[in-house]
Design a protein around this ligand. Structure first.
Ligand code: PEP
Ligand code: MN
Length: 338
């Protein structure tokens, strides 16, 4: 349920209203936007007498929200959420470029790639230390050591870092991580979602391999229900019947999400296609569809990458991609964060 508060409200009246609602056992979500002030009520709203609320002096209107996601719902928070990641912004017109290898493989590799992608225009560095692999015999990532190397690359380049958390038992190792990634395979690991919602860090929530947009937003809701408002959604392709590409990039999810949620939406064209030659066209298509950023796998030597070489582009290809999206960004009213 949302209560649209009159522009003429005074703070005392509003606080009384919030206290009364919370006294009914509901939690509240206050959004003071440019054009309106909205009080979102989350919980069992059947106890709220709508007519009584509507009759209050400071209330313009009251509406029930049909969707099961509340905190992530644009009706509760009409303005775009802008997420700050170590001083770099995503959402609300700020376009974020995240790049780096699939996995951290060595000090020379991660620092070399970090310097190259920074030079080309990336602002955040990605790199997996704990890798969710389909086969238990495949390279599982360097683990804690990989995380240390990622932190070293952060110190060398000044780039905030993004990496995947697969298990609650590793949370203590993530102190220096600026944006915590929840991978596609863990999108519905609800215990993990609750824990990351309490980390006090921004979260990058990738879409599950076969999950609907609503299920994805319910997972964001799990994180937000724990008090975290800084969730970034990442469309990374879904599983379809098409075998030419690793997944099928759901481009329509981007403008649709922009309608129904206030959270920033970024796109991972690398995992979506599995093919390095498709990364640039899919990146441009994503910008055209309204994405708030891209996360791209870049490797100095894709042929010898320990993971996802076929979809990794080289730093010079990444530079060319950035040049192309720079031409497009003004058309979609976005400014690339530098
Ligand atoms: C990744 O980004 O490294 C990754 C494993 O992606 P996803 O969870 O989307 O498969
Ligand atoms: Mn990968």
């Amino acid at each position: 349920m949302i209560i649209i508060v009159k522009n003429s409200y005074d703070d005392k009246q509003l606080n009384n209203l919030i206290e009364w609602v919370e006294g009914l056992g509901l939690s509240t979500n206050l959004s003071k936007g440019h054009h309106s002030t909205i009080l979102g009520l989350v919980g069992d709203t059947s106890k709220v007498d709508i007519d009584l609320v509507r009759s209050l002096d400071i209330v313009e209107d009251v509406k029930r929200i049909q969707e099961p996601f509340k905190k992530a719902n644009r009706k509760v928070h009409p303005d775009d959420t802008i997420v700050d990641i170590g001083g770099h912004k995503a959402g609300g017109g700020h376009f974020q470029l995240i790049a780096g290898p699939c996995s951290v493989e060595s000090e020379a590799q991660i620092i070399g790639v970090a310097q190259a992608v920074k030079e080309a225009g990336a602002t955040l560095l990605r790199g997996g230390a704990f890798k969710p692999r389909t086969s238990p015999y495949a390279f599982q990532g360097m683990g804690a050591e990989g995380l240390e190397l990622l932190v070293k690359a952060k110190r060398e380049t000044g780039m905030p870092i993004v990496t995947e958390l697969m298990s609650v038992k590793h949370i203590d190792l993530f102190d220096e991580v600026d944006l915590v990634q929840i991978g596609a395979r863990n999108m519905q690991n609800f215990e993990l979602l609750k824990e990351v919602g309490r980390m006090g860090k921004p979260i990058l929530l990738k879409r599950g391999l076969a999950n609907t947009i609503q299920e994805w937003l319910m997972s964001a809701e799990y994180i937000m229900a724990e008090g975290c408002s800084d969730v970034i959604l990442c469309e990374r392709g879904i599983r379809t019947f098409e075998p030419y590409t690793r997944n099928t990039l759901d481009l329509s999810a981007i403008p649709l999400l922009k309608e129904i949620t206030h959270l920033p939406v970024i796109v991972d064209p690398s995992h979506a296609s599995g093919l390095s030659r498709l990364v640039k066209p899919l990146s441009m298509a994503s910008v055209g569809a309204g994405a708030d950023g891209l996360i791209i796998e870049v490797h100095n030597d894709p042929q010898h990458a320990l993971c996802d070489g076929a979809q990794s582009i080289k730093p010079e290809q990444f530079k060319d991609l950035v040049d192309h999206i720079d031409v497009m960004l003004p058309l979609v009213n976005k400014v690339r964060d530098v």
